[in-house]
Every structure is written in C-alpha cells, then in structure tokens.
Design a protein around this ligand. Structure first.
Ligand SMILES: Nc1ncnc2c1ncn2[C@@H]1O[C@H](COP(=O)(O)OP(=O)(O)OP(=O)(O)O)[C@@H](O)[C@H]1O
Ligand SMILES: [Mg+2]
Length: 507
C-alpha cells in the first residue's frame, strides 16, 4: 500500500563553512499530506527546504519528485517541477498591486496567463481557498497575514502542487493562524501536499498528518500526531527534559519608576498609527506587558522609548530625568536595552561576524590602545558567558550574522542586549522564532532581570507568555492604551476582546 511520495529527499548532506547543516537527511512527503517540520534553532530546517527549492545545492544526496530522480539547480527548476516555497521574508514589491505582483511572478513561467484573465483567475483562486484578496490593492496596504496570502496565491497560480512554508505562523496573530490552517486543510482536500516549519508544538500536533523532527542537521524521527505529545516531541528535539519557567510572583511591591511616559504622542507614518496620549510607567522590579495585535503602535512605542521616533507631544522621563528628546545613543548608554522586532534590519550588521556584532554594542568597553585595537578575547568571553547564562549552546563566533538561522540571530541580539549594564529592557516579541528551549531561557532571563530590580517592558502577541510573566498588562489599539489588567484578575478572552477593539476597559 506504500504510496509514491510526491517529494523524497534522500541522504541530503549540506555543509557550510564550519557547520554541517544537513547530515544525510531523509525526508518524504506523501500526496495530499500536511507534514510539519520541527527542530531547535539552527537544526537545519530552512536549509533542507531551500535545497528542495533549488535555492541551495546539496553537497550530496538525491531528490525524487513523483518517484523520479530530478536535478534541482535553481528555484526555476523547482517551480517547473511544481514545488513552491513561501520564505519567511516575503518577496513582494510594495508599490505594486496584488495582481501586478502575481503577474510578475508568473511572467517567467511558460504558461503565461493573459493579463485580462489574471484578475479573474486571482479572484477565483482567492474565493476557492478563502484568501479574500482584492487584486487591485497595492501590497503596501496589506497586513503581514495578507501578504502571506499573496505569496501563496502566486504559487497556486504557478501550478505548484508541493507547497512549502518556512515558519508561516511566526508573524501571525491567533485568528490569522486559524485561518491559515483552514486554508491548509482545503488545499489538502484538493490534493496538494504541504510542508510547514514551526516552533509551536501545538500547531504540529493539531494540523499535521505527520511530524518530522530534526536535531543538529539530522532527522531524529517522523511520527504521527496521535502517537506523539508535546512531551515526546520535546524529547525528540532536545533529548532532555525542559525546565519549566517559574511563574511570575504576585503581590510584590515594585520600586521607583524607571520609565515614565506622560501623554506621549508621535506622528503617524504611512498606514502605521502614531502614539496618542500614551501614559505608561515601568518601575524597578516590574514586568509590564503590552498586548495588542501587531501594527497597533507597539513598534512605535518601542521606537519612541529608544529615541528613534520623535515625540511630538508629552514627556518621557528616564530615571527621573527628562529624556524626551535624548538621542538613542544616550538612552542606550544610560541603560536601555532593546530587543527589536527585526534584528537583521535593526540590531546587527549582516556581513559582520557574530563576534564583531557583539563588539559593536559597546566599542568603548572593548577598545584597547586608545581605540586602535579591540579586546577580542573580552568579547569572546562575554559571548560565551552570555550564552552560558541563558543555558544555551554558543553560536559559531566567526559566522557572519547574515548566515545565521532565524532563531540564532534572535539569540545573538538577546545575548548582546542582556549582557551589558542596563536599567530597563524593552523587548519587542523577544521570543518570536525561538525554539521552545531558547524561548524559555529568554523568559527566565526577563524574570531574573525583574528580580535584580530592573524594569521590563515586554511587547508580545502571545497572551500566554504575557500572562505568565507580567505584573501588569496594558493593551494597545490604534496607537492608544485602551485597557490595563492584572494577570491574576483577568482572563485571556477578555484581554483578547479588548485587543481587537471589541470592548474598552479602564483599570
Ligand atoms: N548561507 C549560509 N552560510 C553559512 N551558514 C549557514 C547558511 N545558511 C545556514 N547556515 C547555518 O546552517 C545551520 C542551519 O541553519 P538553518 O537556517 O537551516 O536552521 P533552522 O533549523 O532553520 O533554524 P531556525 O529555527 O533558527 O530558523 C545554522 O548553523 C546556520 O548558521
Ligand atoms: Mg529557519
């Protein structure tokens, strides 16, 4: 009864300088199945799917499509074989409409869709899979979730039958995730075969037909959800039991204010809202959570605190001083640690190595001979100590930051920011893209920061995370703070409602 897999990767090996990213990997995808790919940060998941898509070539191994051995030397080859990949970073052109973006993608394929049929085709495909896209909308107006739909649409119209998604749910809010899984299910009904990478075990257990787990470049095993549990998957991923994160203690009295925002306003930019009359205090020894659907002013809040966004009205007080118009440099030197939303765009220089990026954080601290030399061993020590403190394996020190896996990049930023003197840490989605163990390590680090009397501002979409860590939770909607809760008194649904504007609550 063995079905011929639509895609079979046989003994795939891929080496990068200093890393064996894929070590004799075997993976197969059956017709009409949803196959989840799990594994810790840096396990080799993205590398594997990029090989199937012709983005990288394997050093050795074979690829079979529908039982036939094939050569995939470029994404074009892959697309011709009906394989499509939705990358984490999208490849759309913001100024062009949905239809234009799709047309651009299809243009390189042999079966050209005539322009006048294109809108109709897009509309039909969107209807069929509940993608709800208007072909005439410019892409810059779309949310991340909608852009993802455009990427999927491109693949569908290009007649891809094997659809691969690299962490599709990483940037989606809960209702968008549900939506995506509904789309997955209807694609499966129509005979498409899907692979998706995720760090959320629940997603794999509820949505996949089979789950393959990778560790350090190898496949540990493939299981069916009904014979697996979160426990057993973690065991496969890490080979050890994980320590649970301590629950936030309640009833403690926070200390002096570290940061105060008083009626802070900023200008809206494009479709992003400005901050409107934001009042917020973070005290020593306190974790303040900021809940909200992303795009409701969270990034602006972080930027305004760090001095990247001009405050047009209101005051920002840092450690009792008026810091409203301080430049970022000064805030950082005075002790603001910042974990940005997109480390590649904001926090690291891609062509610098891991060590160089770390040194960059505070050149003065590491400079020797009056700035003519850097104390590399000091930097190296800091890196090792930082990872040890978080209980994580260290990163390859000489790897260029741009080649790090998504999660490793996030770890680098975290280690750098949490290992210098600071009073306040502002984290925008700090556990996004991290595997379960790293995410727990980061949560633990935030709790320790609080114990040490630091102020923590945690911006997250993960309500469970916010509830388990925060002393207080504020909710942002359209640039305003529209509610405040104590986790022990509120429930998730209530906060969820306020997040989507279904009810406004005042503390
Ligand atoms: N282009 C590259 N050059 C050098 N090393 C690379 C390159 N791409 C990936 N690597 C390395 O290969 C290893 C596997 O990376 P990969 O991106 O496949 O991991 P991943 O399982 O997708 O991790 P994550 O969950 O963090 O996204 C990592 O050590 C990474 O640094
Ligand atoms: Mg990856």
């Amino acid at each position: 009864m063995a079905e011929t897999p639509v895609l079979r990767l046989v003994d795939i090996t891929k080496r990068f300088p200093g890393v064996l990213a894929n070590d004799r990997v075997n993976f197969d995808l059956l017709p009409g199945e949803i196959h989840a790919l799990l594994g810790e940060n840096g396990a080799g998941k993205s590398t594997l799917v990029k090989i199937a898509y012709g983005f990288y070539q394997a050093d050795s191994g074979e690829i079979h499509v529908h039982g036939k051995k094939v050569e995939i030397r470029s994404p074009r080859d892959a697309r011709r074989l009906g394989i499509g990949l939705v990358f984490q970073g999208f490849t759309l052109i913001p100024a062009m409409t949905v239809a234009e973006n799709v047309a651009l993608f299809l243009a390189e394929l042999p079966w050209l869709v005539r322009p006048k049929d294109l809108r109709k085709t897009i509309w039909e495909a969107s209807q069929r899979y509940g993608l709800e896209l208007d072909p005439a909308t410019p892409v810059w107006q779309l949310s991340v979730g909608e852009q993802q739909k455009v990427e999927l649409l491109k693949l569908l119209l290009a007649k891809a039958r094997i659809l691969i998604f690299d962490e599709p749910t990483k940037v989606l809010v809960p209702h968008e995730v549900e939506n995506l899984f509904r789309v997955f299910a209807s694609l499966r009904e129509d005979g498409y075969s899907l692979v998706f990478i995720t760090h959320k075990l629940r997603e794999a257990l509820t949505c996949a037909d089979r789950i393959t787990v990778m560790r350090q470049g190898r496949v540990v095993g493939t299981v069916r959800p009904e014979e697996a549990s979160e426990e057993s998957l973690l065991q496969m991923m890490f080979g050890e039991r994980l320590v649970e994160v301590a629950k936030a203690g309640t009833g403690r009295v926070p200390g002096e204010p570290i940061l105060e925002l008083r009626n802070v306003c900023t200008k809206p930019i494009g479709t992003a809202p400005g901050l409107e009359d934001v009042n917020l205090t973070v005290r020593a020894g306190e974790i303040v959570g900021v809940a909200g659907v992303s795009g409701n002013g969270q990034r602006e809040l972080g930027d305004a605190i760090l001095g990247l966004l001009r405050i047009t009205r209101g005051r920002k007080i840092f450690l009792g001083e008026d810091a409203t118009h301080w430049p970022p440099r000064r805030l950082i030197q005075r002790g603001v640690a910042f974990v940005p939303e997109d480390p590649l765009a904001m926090a690291v220089v891609p062509w610098f190595t891991v060590l160089e990026n770390l040194a960059l954080l505070d050149p003065r601290r590491f400079s020797r001979l009056g700035g003519l030399a850097l104390d590399w061993s000091g930097v190296r020590q800091l890196l090792r100590a930082g990872f040890a403190k978080l209980g994580l394996n260290p990163l390859p020190e000489r790897a260029r930051a741009g080649t790090l896996s998504g999660g490793n990049l996030q770890r680098l930023t975290l280690v750098r920011e949490l290992n210098r003197p600071y009073h306040l840490v502002v984290g925008l989605y700090p556990t996004r893209g991290l595997d379960v163990r790293s995410a727990n390590a980061v949560r633990q680090a935030l709790l320790s920061a609080r114990e040490e009397g630091k102020g923590v501002l945690l911006i997250s979409e993960d309500l469970n995370e916010l509830f388990s860590l925060s002393d207080r939770i504020v909710v942002m909607l359209k640039g305003r703070i529209v509610g405040e809760f104590r986790p022990e008194e509120a429930d998730l649904t209530e906060v969820g409602r306020v997040m989507t504007g279904a009810g406004v609550v005042h503390a």
